[in-house]
Design a protein around this ligand. Sequence first.
Ligand code: KG4
Ligand code: ZN
Length: 342
Amino acid sequence: MRVLGIETSCDETGVAIYDTKQGLLGDVLYSQVAMHAEYGGIVPELASRDHIKRLIPLIKEVLILAKTEQRQIDAIAFTAGPGLIGALMVGAATARAIAFAWDIPAMAVHHMEGHLLAPMLEDNPPAFPFVALLVSGGHTQLMEVKAIGEYQLLGESLDDAAGEAFDKAAKMLGLDYPGGPLIAKLALSGDRTRFRFPRPMVDRPGMDMSFSGLKTFTLNTVNKFKQEGTLDQQTKADIAAAFEEAVVDTLAIKCRRALQHTHFKQLVIAGGVSANKRLREKLQVMVEKERVTLFYARHEFCTDNGAMIAYAGAQRLAAGQSSDLTILAKPRWPMSELPPLS
Ligand code: KG4
Ligand code: ZN
């Protein structure tokens, strides 16, 4: 089965073709980052308009790249949520219209299920069951994953998502959006021992997390140096490093708890923040002690992309599932509402 995948939930237009026998045949992406940078964050209306402009040319491009004729596409997978409503509507309406015109089924895909399954696109993929840490701009969740669609939430952030915390801390330090990669880069020249930022909620049992206190702590630290007139480049780098250490340590502690709780031997990390090198390093050290294997997707499949949507949709379509003709766009959509595969 050959599936065309469409992702438009936020500020990236991603399109890919996945074949259940041959694997990923093509993947193209247009990022709106430069357009939104001017405003210091995503402007939803601009995002929707840009998806309209980019989507059809990208679909044409990926068909050529994947050496695929229109008649060889068996089904379409599109992100139906969660995300920005206008942005989702562009992908959903386009996917639905094309599926109708080509007389093929379409599948509404959950964006976070796409992220969760992205490591399956790599060589040596994880096998079920596993613990998953989903860390993106909008979500921070620890999940017990028994199979596709069999997800049990173990813990989540009670306030800001980890990626959101990175973006806000970056703004405080005068960095652009999205701030995660820029904090990580700045932290490389920082002294990770100069400041010690709090590791929120690690002294409490359970696997829930919180990042808003850490955000306030970062702001107070930045303001203190600003008032003294001593917020130089080195201090900014030291703050970035202290912030990154605190987030990464917190995530590692909660992941260890999830592994000990489930006794699972595999940990999957997915979503934009899973691209973070320091997170990968720290988790690698932790999993070796726990005799667990760590899995993540290649860098470009950690952040939003069409390949993960094509893949996730293909799994459900191949199992006989498909969505009705509704143009489905759900800004909020708990993963627990997803059905199992069969
Ligand atoms: O998964 P994603 O592309 O979009 C959402 O579904 O939200 O995640 C975007 C988030 C942003 O908050 C971005 O700052 C963060 O992932 N991010 C990172 C890194 N790369 C992206 N955070 C920390 N370190 C990185 N290297
Ligand atoms: Zn995402």
